[in-house]
Each structure stands twice: as C-alpha cells, then as structure tokens.
Design a protein around this ligand. Structure first.
Ligand code: FCB
Length: 450
C-alpha cells in the first residue's frame, strides 16, 4: 500500500470550536448558544480550548505528532467583527499562526467559513448579499495569507449548513424553514464560487470546498429502496457535488425541490451555476458514516434513514463505523471526477475515553478506527484514486456545536476546566503511523497499574 510522497497527514479543528472569545466580534453561534436548550449542557464557545491564547501549545502538539498538515479556520467574526471591516490584529494573529505551522513542518490548510459568521450579517446565508460579504472577508484573509498558505477551503459542509442551520434550526442561525434552507444552500455554493475567484487572483493558491459526504445504500434490493437511496444521495451529496464539479444542479433533484416547495427555484438566477462550477482545484471529503435508506410514503422526502440495523461497530455517538464505505466513496469520486484531486478533510469518531488509572488516555477504539480508515484511504489510492491528504477530525477535543463538550473527537484530550492537553494513545499511534509513511504500527501495550 503506497501513500505518495508529500501526502498530507494531518488533523483539523475550527476557530469557534477551539479558540475562545478573546475580543472577537459576535458570531451567529454566540447568539444561538444563548437560546435555552440549544446546546447540550448549556455550553458555548466563549472559552473552549482557549486556543487563541494557547496557540503555541497547539503548534507544539502538531510538531510532536509530526503532522505534515494542520487544518484550522480563520474566525470570520474575529477577522470581520462588524461583518464589513477587517481587524488587522486578527490577521496578524493568523499570519503568526501560519508561520509557526510552516516552521513546524506542517502545511496550513485554511478554512474560511467554518460556521462562525458575524451576527452583524443579518439574514445570514438566506440573504444573497452575504455572498459579497464573504468575498470581502476572503479578500482580507487572502491579502495577508495567500503568499504562505496553498490549501484553502472556502465552505465547510454546505449541506450541514443548509440542513441544521436553516431547515431544522439545530445549528446557528436556528432557522427552521425548508424554502429558506434551499435558498441558503444555494448562496453558500455561490459563496464558494465568489471566494474561489478571489483566491485565484493569488498565484499558486488551491481552492476547494469541504463536503459532508454520506454514501447512501439501499436497505434491500427492492426497486423502491434503491430509488430511496438514489434520492437520498441526490439530497445529501449530488446537490452539492454536481454544481461544484459537473456544471450544474442535477435535474432529478431540481424537480424534487420544486415538488417539495411547491414552486420554482427562482433564487437560482441565470449565470449562477456558471459562477459556482469550474473553480475547484480539489474536493474536500468529510466522511463519518453512511446512510442506509428505505422508501417512505410520498411527501417532501420520499426516503428515510433506517440503518444500519443490528450488530455493527459504532462510535459512542451511535454512528456506524464503516471504513470500506470511505474507500468506495473515494474510488467513486475519483472515477466520476478524474480531474479533481481529493483530500480527506475530516474523518473521525466520538470515543469518550478520559484519563485512566495511569493518567493516560487509552482510546483503543479510536486507534482501530484510525488504522482502518487510513488503510481504506491507502486501498483507494492503490485503486487509482487521487487522494492528496488525510486530516483526522480532530487534533483535540473541542466544542462540538449543539452537542456541547460531551462528544470527544480528539487525538489530544482537553481538560476543559484547566485547558490542559494530554496526547491520547491514538495521537501517539498516529505519530508513529505518519513517521512510517502510513504503514500500521504495532498496537500500544497498556501497562498494569501498581
Ligand atoms: C463536522 C464539522 C466539524 C465537527 C465534526 C464532528 O460536521 O465540520 O466541525 O463538528 O463534524
């Protein structure tokens, strides 16, 4: 199994989830977290991992793990506190941070929108004007960092923004309206196009969007279940892949949305699809699990998630662990879009392990998860997929949005009361794996206590 030279082994985080407030502008997440019951446990990102202050420690962790890449986001509400004017001090910070990463031997992978939009941009993605605000923010960040950052992710997970932020109201800004959601999703994609155009004015920069991709499998071989899987794939995956990489929205899903909304999609204006497509230098793949689909009665969503059912391996969040689906996803994407390099920009799982009898975090299930998913990426590469990197989610435990601080995704444990970081066994395992070029190292031995 061969990972190419220069393969970007890394891990990721995002600004709101780790930085803490420290003088940034108010973001839509600050507002959303104040809603009673919006966040499990009632937390917010005001302190998080305190990374805005402890960033040097984070870079030390990157170095200690031997990461070749680190994905982070610039806080939109930190860079543009009022949504309009950039704060030079915030840009100074990210310049220092990118320099420190490069010095540590890690390629910075910079995300522009990891959900912490300034609350001053009223209406959020439901407003078309947000597209130009996002382009202006991109301009401010690129003006400072495009000379040292090659990999840029414009939008993180358009479907999740659309679904949780505007359709179900479970994420900021907490809107629950189907029509607004589809419109907002379109504006997010237009934002990708506008940001990519800004970035491409800088030589050598690579721009892509990170999509949350969920392979959709039919529960049975029946025609109805197979149609449900195709519909779900259109809803979750193709609605974003096709305008980014295949020239426009898929016809079957356009019809689906027109049926579901009871009217035409007039917010998709002439020229919009041309302004979204043809601008991705790579595709970011965020993969966590798959969806097993069955037919549902006619309605806005004639499909439903039914599985997998039964005894399958699951994370502590109940998500099926299925590395083979990642391999097949990467191979399928590379066959469909042979000109577009892929990067696994997120992959990980919730495993709640905390320090044990010896003060160490023996997160053996994360080790197995990591081993199997890295092997799956290797198999995809061997089968011809053009995969440039693997970024585990996450470098460290952090604020997991509406789920608060309970789910732990990190290679590094964070004690939220003190901010203390402890590299978990999985982090040490990953360091050995990276040092060996991707070959699976021996599993760690846990010494008995006493
Ligand atoms: C993704 C998000 C990321 C994190 C992981 C677990 O949807 O991009 O910030 O919450 O899920």
């Amino acid at each position: 199994m061969s990972f190419p030279d220069g393969f970007l082994w890394g891990a990721g985080t995002s600004a709101y989830q780790i930085e803490g407030h420290h003088g940034r502008g108010e973001s839509v997440w600050d507002v959303f977290c104040r809603r009673p019951g919006a966040v499990e446990g009632g937390g917010d990102g005001s302190r998080a991992c305190d990374s805005f202050v402890r960033w040097r420690e984070d870079v030390e962790l990157v170095k200690e793990l031997g990461l070749r890449a680190y994905r982070f986001s610039t806080g939109w509400s930190r860079v543009m506190p009022d949504g309009v004017r950039p704060d030079p001090k915030a840009l100074d910070h990210y310049e220092r941070f990118a320099d420190a990463l490069l010095e540590a031997g890690a390629e910075p992978v910079l995300t522009l929108n990891h959900w912490d939009m300034p609350s001053a941009l009223t209406g959020g993605w439901a407003e078309r004007a947000t597209v130009s605000a996002f382009a202006a923010y991109t301009e401010a960040v690129a003006g400072r960092l495009a000379d040292r950052v090659t990999w840029w992710i414009t939008q993180n997970e358009p479907w999740i923004i659309q679904l949780l932020g505007y359709q179900l109201g479970l994420h900021a800004p907490g809107v629950a309206d189907l029509g607004t959601a589809v419109k907002a999703g379109h504006h997010v994609l237009l934002g990708h196009g506008a940001a990519a155009d800004v970035l491409h004015a800088h030589p050598g920069v690579l721009a892509g969007s990170a999509l949350s991709l969920f392979p959709c499998d039919p529960a049975t071989d029946s025609e109805a279940d197979r149609a449900a899987a195709t519909g779900s794939d259109g809803y979750v995956n193709r609605w974003y892949l096709d305008p980014l990489l295949a020239g426009g929205y898929p016809a079957d899903m356009r019809e689906h949305w027109e049926r579901a909304l009871g009217h035409g999609l007039d917010f998709i204006q002439d020229g919009d699809e041309a302004a979204i497509g043809g601008r991705s230098d790579f595709l970011g793949v965020n993969y966590y699990t798959r969806r097993v689909m069955a037919a549902a009665p006619p309605g806005p969503f004639p499909w439903r998630v039914v599985g997998p059912s039964g005894d399958v391996a699951r994370t502590d969040e109940g998500w099926e662990i299925n590395a083979g689906a990642l391999r097949d996803l990467l191979i399928g994407l590379s066959r469909r879009f042979p000109a577009t390099p892929l990067m696994v920009t997120e992959n990980g799982g919730v495993f709640g392990d905390t320090p044990a009898h010896d003060g160490q975090v023996h997160d053996n299930r994360r080790i197995a998860f990591l081993r199997d998913h890295v092997a799956a990426v290797g198999e995809a590469i061997d089968a011809g997929a053009d995969v440039r990197g693997y970024l585990h989610w996450s470098l460290m435990d952090n604020f997991e949005w509406a789920l608060g601080y309970r789910p732990r995704f990190g290679l590094v444990h964070v004690d939220y009361a003190t901010g203390a970081r402890t590299i978990k066994d999985s982090g040490r395992y990953y360091a050995r794996l990276i040092a060996g070029g991707g070959a699976a190292p021996a599993l760690p031995r846990i010494e008995a206590y006493g």
